[in-house]
Design a protein around this ligand. Sequence first.
Ligand SMILES: [Cu+2]
Length: 164
Amino acid sequence: MKSNTLLKALLVSVVGFGLGGLAQAQNAKVGSVQIENAYTRATVPGQMAAGGFMKIENKGAADQLISASSPVAGEVQLHEMAMDGNVMKMRQVKDIAVPAGGSVELKPGGLHLMFMNIKAPLAAGETVPVKLKFAKAGEVEVKMPVNAMGGHGGQGPHGGAAKY
Ligand SMILES: [Cu+2]
């Protein structure tokens, strides 16, 4: 009995270690929640905030993403974009619902993570570790690749991110 339990504990720790050491790039899984295609974007010096995007799939009961954190940012907030009159604004939300047996997409112009007070510019090609916390599934770390700037552009008079 006793040795059997010990063996089980050993097995669990070995398997757990193995999974942790795998460091799956932009995908990660915890409980019934799966993260896919996570990414963020390169920033320029002085830029204090950047968005984080991903698809969250849920094979289980309804869950919520309740917080996020990363060593590269002072704070990671959960944001949504919404129309305020005729102006698109973003605002902080306290959680992001992940429907039962469904998915939610964090994407430019919609729900997203917001890296605040970035400590050093995010360079294309790097990966940024982000810890996500779900109400039910618990915590999971995602390694977000940093994509090059551009694509969606900015709102400045010069069409956003300059080409360097
Ligand atoms: Cu935002």
